[in-house]
Design a protein around this ligand. Structure first.
Ligand code: SAH
Length: 372
């Protein structure tokens, strides 16, 4: 897929990290080279860690000269690293003047998960998420998305492999569809990181038409940020629900799950004290999901300044889980990781020059739903 290409203003070089395999093949054919050059280049960049065209010895001299003149391999720059007491690492990554996103690495015994951002800020206004407070600047390019994995793996070194990627950082990935799909294709390419489709997960607040499109374009795993089991409450917590209500969302989930015998949807449900955590809420959730192959991931709410919510008590979370468990729904409680460095879900803020001035607008509006 040929996606938007980052062209450096100063030098006007084409950043080859902006292409997935198909994009690279088209690029090479466009300069009268054979498509197999794409594989050679992917191997150099992602497997050999070579960014200097002169060292790419299986490319012809003429091609190397051309690439030196017109192209670059430039990942975004990792600026700040913070390491939490549980080993979670958070990196601030510079995207363009004054804008930074955050990526988080979560080491576990048998896997290492990288949480990747898809946008600078977020245009949605989920009431319990601190990224939403930052406003929105722009979509990330392919090189800026795959670049997060590239710089993170480089930083971690060979001993610590990133085995899983979740598109659960800043932004709504399905509102940056082409670039996110191209970057995920790259992650799964045998000549780059070779991640399996079960180890690459896209998380969405429920952009229904894009979920249906994704069904055609990719077969990565899907997580849906549900957080409420009825429209009234979901309209309030995840205002995009006003545009794509639960019946449409559930239909899109059923369709997505149909694609493979082992496909299920992971539903994320943030536990907010006294808001969505009653036994009745749990029963409603069971009913809502009864014909969707699903797993539920209960996320203890991670607080941030002026967040206006509290996390449910452990008793309430366990009570909620029990209702789901009794109804036969596979349920896990997400372990909060990296809390002491604000690296947990919903705590990523980076540095966003808000172009939408959305949050200010929202603050002024009595009813934030007007925005949709
Ligand atoms: N926009 C996408 C990707 C973000 S993923 C989405 O909505 O799915 C981040 C996950 O963390 C989402 O499920 C989000 O709803 C959840 N989240 C946001 N703020 C949170 C908070 N303060 N505490 C716990 N989870 C939060």
């Amino acid at each position: 897929m040929m996606s938007s290409v980052t062209v450096s203003a100063k030098t006007e070089l084409i950043n080859l990290l902006d292409f997935d395999r198909k994009g690279l093949q088209d690029f090479f054919v466009g300069i009268s080279e054979k498509p197999f050059r794409a594989t050679q280049l992917l191997k150099w960049i992602y497997q050999e860690d070579v960014a200097d065209f002169d060292q790419m010895t299986n490319l012809s001299k003429g091609l190397r000269v051309y690439l030196n003149e017109h192209c670059t391999i430039t990942p975004p720059e990792m600026l700040v690293e913070q390491v939490a007491s549980d080993g979670t690492r958070k990196w601030a990554i510079e995207m363009s003047c004054g804008n930074r996103v955050e990526s988080v690495f979560i080491p576990e015994e048998k896997r290492g998960t990288l949480c990747v951002s898809s946008q600078i800020g977020c245009a949605l206004a989920c009431t319990f998420c601190s990224t939403a407070r930052q406003g929105f600047n722009r979509n990330l390019s392919v090189s800026e998305i795959i670049g997060q994995l590239y710089v993170a793996q480089k930083r971690l070194g060979q001993e610590t492999k990133i085995t899983n990627v979740v598109m659960m950082g800043m932004g709504e990935p399905l509102l940056n569809f082409d670039n996110v799909v191209a970057a995920m294709n790259l992650m799964m390419d045998d000549f780059t990181f070779g991640l399996s489709k079960r180890r690459v997960t896209i998380s969405t607040s429920g952009i229904v038409p894009a979920m249906n499109r994704l069904n055609e374009a990719s077969d990565v795993s899907m997580a849906v940020s549900l957080h409420a089991a009825n429209d009234d409450l979901r309209n309030e917590l995840v205002p995009i629900n006003l545009k794509y209500p639960l019946d449409e969302l559930m239909e899109a989930c059923r369709e997505y799950a149909k694609q493979g015998p082992r496909r299920h949807i992971t539903f994320e449900y943030v536990m907010l004290d006294g808001v969505n955590d009653s036994v009745q809420d749990a029963r409603q959730l069971v009913k809502l999901l009864k014909d969707v192959p699903s797993k539920i991931n209960l996320i203890p709410f991670n607080p941030f300044p002026n967040s206006n919510y509290l996390c449910s008590s452990s008793e309430a979370i366990l009570r909620f889980k029990k209702v789901l468990y009794k109804a036969g729904v596979v349920t896990t409680i997400r372990k909060t990781r990296g809390e002491d460095i604000d690296a947990a879900c919903g705590q990523l803020v980076g540095k966003v020059k808000d172009k939408s001035r959305r949050y200010l607008k929202l603050q002024k509006m009595e009813d934030s739903h007007v925005a949709y």
